[in-house]
Design a protein around this ligand. Structure first.
Ligand code: ATP
Ligand code: MG
Length: 375
């Protein structure tokens, strides 16, 4: 099918518009290898040859605000009428035409296009015009070379094309939140890279498969996703030996932050992102987040900080990560969660305990990287 896709926020982008549009087109071509994409008008793209089952996925690709399967013809009234004549409006009793002209020099005004085509459809299809309560709204866009006609507009996710801003390193656990946080970053134009801290004493096929499947789901939205795996068992063993149970989670997350910072520096990353949501679990009180986030000076982004679990799950379902995240998996932290974890950690105390750890140089931590793509 062919689809008209409206670009979101593109009008805000002034001199950088071309770069944003170019990135959007590059992403679409990489993610849907069969399609031909062109800029149809200043605020929309024309996507040809999209598979029937690919429309849902297209609606989740950042940067597009609205989509509609559409048909195109020469932009003369005669050709548009021929096209309308071939369309099937079974089930509808009433309609309206909504015309727009991106070709401002077109000899007929939008109003008159609506009147003329409205009369044509009413006559040939035996439908009633109803401007307010219609069963079907027929959109006619008159462009430079073509007219496009479509009826079923659906909302798309909006935002900015992934990769049009800088790179963000997202800390990916096996949970529900962090893949959604990664998605939110992609939606604001960041290119994401992932880092997962793995307790390799617990590694089974299912564990690594889960992380890879999450990365793959995200790679259906950003063409190539780099996944960094950090073996974390040695560090965790140290933590279990030397840190009181109620502080283990905080210390562990601080060390993740430090290693993530090193990983970020090597890869030209400008910020770290996590799936933290304020107050959701014990590690996410303001006091604890303060302790965790003071572990590095790097910019930390928490796109889910104000979201409820239900909202996060809804997005996870939409992008296909929920079912993967819900597969049972003891992530490295859940293994040493204390019965009564500290909820009001004091930074000075945390730092003091941390200095007692006998850690290998964190900047020498082994990191194994993979490039994940769906095609
Ligand atoms: P999630 O559903 O993302 O796991 P959560 O509600 O379980 O979140 P925590 O387990 O406290 O919360 O983790 C908070 C955040 O810390 C995660 O969203 C993720 O960004 C980061 N994080 C936790 N564990 C890991 C890990 N093993 N590897 C990478 N990042 C992690
Ligand atoms: Mg978790």
């Amino acid at each position: 099918m062919n689809v008209i896709a409206h670009l979101d926020e593109i009008f805000l982008k002034g001199g950088n518009q071309r770069m944003f549009v170019r990135r959007m087109i590059t992403n679409l071509k990489a993610l849907f290898p069969s399609v031909i994409v062109s800029r149809s008008e200043s605020t929309s793209l024309w996507i040809e040859n999209l598979g029937e089952e690919e429309l849902d996925r297209l609606a989740n690709i950042p940067g597009l605000s609205k989509l509609a399967p559409a048909v195109a013809c020469e932009n003369s009234m005669v050709e548009i009428e021929k096209l309308l004549d071939k369309m099937d409006f079974t089930g509808a009793k009433s309609f309206r035409i909504s015309a727009t002209r991106s070709l401002k020099k077109y000899p007929i005004s939008s109003k008159n296009i609506e009147i003329q085509l409205g009369a044509f459809v009413a006559r040939t299809k035996k439908l009633k015009v109803d401007l307010e309560n219609h069963d079907v709204k027929i959109h006619v866009d008159i462009g430079r070379d073509f007219a496009r006609v479509y009826t079923n507009i659906r909302e798309a996710i909006g935002g900015l094309p992934t990769g049009s801003l800088g790179k963000v390193l997202c800390l990916l656990s096996g949970g529900i939140d962090s893949p959604v946080a990664s998605y939110e970053m992609m939606k604001r134009g960041a290119e994401i890279e992932l880092v997962h801290f793995q307790n390799q004493t617990q590694v089974t096929e299912e564990v690594s498969e889960k992380i890879f499947d999450l990365a793959k789901a995200l790679a259906s939205i950003q063409p190539v996703v780099k996944l960094n795996i950090v073996p974390f068992a040695d560090i965790q063993r140290q933590i279990i030996m030397k840190i009181p149970a109620e502080y283990r989670m905080i210390t562990s997350r601080r060390l993740m932050m430090k290693i993530a910072e090193n990983c970020a520096k090597e890869n030209g990353v400008l910020a770290l992102a996590t799936g933290d949501s304020l107050g959701q679990v014990a590690s996410q009180t303001l006091e604890n987040l303060n302790c965790i986030y003071s572990a590095t000076d790097m910019l930390k982004l928490t796109p889910l900080i104000g979201r409820n679990k239900a909202e996060i799950m809804k997005i996870a379902r939409k992008i296909g990560t929920l079912a993967i995240s819900e597969r049972p998996y003891e992530d490295c932290c859940s293994l040493f969660v204390a019965k009564h974890p500290q909820t009001r950690a004091k930074l000075a105390y945390v730092e003091e305990m941390e200095s007692g750890l006998d850690l290998p140089a964190l900047d020498k931590t082994k990191i194994i990287s993979y490039h994940i793509s769906i095609n």
